[in-house]
Design a protein around this ligand. Structure first.
Ligand code: SAH
Ligand code: TRP
Length: 328
């Protein structure tokens, strides 16, 4: 039998194949008055966007991935032991590069029953299902291609699950979305499940802003990629050269805001969204927020969602936080 035939991979898809929701979201986000225009971050991640993101995680300025990896490498065996987890569900799994420490610890404890990667980008779910079944022959992988703001109900049922949401992806949700998301996670949890949440922590502004303004311009290319997606999917004619990447920290909401700023007046036609747009010179479109947390805020928000913080780990310098929460 070939190695391929022995793989135990299932992939369910819940994202609509057409550009329907993109068209709706672009219409409602860009159709707003100047100063309020925005796009949703999930559209940054097509295949090219996911590749650029993977490069971001290796940039010298982008400390969160390194710090979170260090925490996971160190804490994974203990986490597996204290939670008694037998299954790993990973929301926004991407390349799952840091998750391997958890899978390794689970396999070492003889407790790796299944891995469930969940991501909006089908290419990363497929790639990671194949890579992980190479690493762990016989590992059942049940991938879900879906939107974690809408499709958590489609995560396969299970027990003793560790539901991981890493990379501070939760920080890319707006506060109201964050509350709804956490409530959704709580709803899918049984008493034996645990939630593992990675969050970037509040720190010196210079360090925060540098992480999103790398010298190589990879973050800028990632940000601009959303315009490329809209051009391709909706037949739009955004000129990528005419926009500048902007990322600044706003202490009010405690987030780094990513925006695209028109260098000059832009007339853009987006036929797939039935939208004609004029942007004034200097006008900005918000593409993403990256919220920076404190332990207090995390404990409070988890509690509001019906979860109790059981443990909180950071790297030695306190840059990044990993929370372990149980349903109450
Ligand atoms: N967990 C990885 C990747 C983080 S990047 C890490 O820590 O490095 C965020 C990931 O979430 C991307 O793979 C992106 O495709 C996915 N994502 C973004 N918005 C999503 C949504 N609404 N639903 C599901 N996945 C989403
Ligand atoms: N969630 C991570 C963060 O907020 C990764 C990320 C999402 C990111 N979008 C980004 C990193 C844009 C750089 C640029 O940091």
């Amino acid at each position: 039998m070939s190695a391929l035939a022995e793989r135990d991979i299932t992939i369910d898809s819940f994202v609509d194949a057409g550009a329907g929701s993109l068209a709706r979201d672009v219409r409602s986000g860009l159709g707003r008055p100047p100063g309020e225009r925005e796009l949703q971050p999930k559209y940054l991640y097509d295949e090219h966007g996911s590749e650029l993101f993977d490069r971001i995680t290796r940039l010298p300025e982008y400390y969160p991935t390194r710090c979170e990896r260090a925490i996971l490498n160190r804490q994974a065996p203990g986490l597996v032991e204290t939670t008694g987890a037998r299954e790993l569900v990973e929301l926004g799994s991407g390349t799952a590069s840091k998750t391997r420490a958890l899978l390794y610890a689970m396999a070492g404890a003889g407790a790796l029953d299944r891995y469930v990667p969940f991501d909006v980008d089908p290419s990363v779910v497929e790639n990671c299902a194949h890579e992980l079944t190479d690493l762990y022959p016989g590992l059942p992988v049940h991938g879900v291609v879906g939107d974690f703001q809408h499709h958590l109900g489609h995560v396969p049922a299970g027990e003793r699950r560790l539901i991981a949401f890493l990379g501070s992806t939760i920080g890319n949700l707006l506060p109201s979305e964050r509350g709804a998301f956490l409530a959704g996670v709580r709803e899918m949890m049984g008493p034996s499940d645990r939630f593992l949440l990675g969050t970037d922590l509040l720190k010196e502004v210079g360090v925060l802003e540098a992480a999103y303004n790398d010298r190589e311009g990879v973050t800028a290319a990632f940000n601009l990629n959303v315009l490329r997606v809209i051009n391709r999917e909706l037949g739009a004619d955004f000129d990528l050269e005419a926009f500048e990447h902007v990322a600044t920290f706003d202490p009010g909401p405690s987030w780094v805001e990513l925006r695209l700023r028109a260098r000059s007046e832009q007339r853009v036609s987006i036929p797939g969204a039935d939208l004609e747009l004029t942007l004034a010179p200097g006008e900005e479109i918000r593409t993403e927020v990256s919220t920076k947390f404190t332990l207090d805020v995390l404990a409070r928000e988890l509690a509001s969602a019906g979860m109790e913080l059981e443990a909180f780990f950071t790297d030695p310098a306190g840059m990044f936080g990993l929370s372990l929460a149980a349903p109450v």
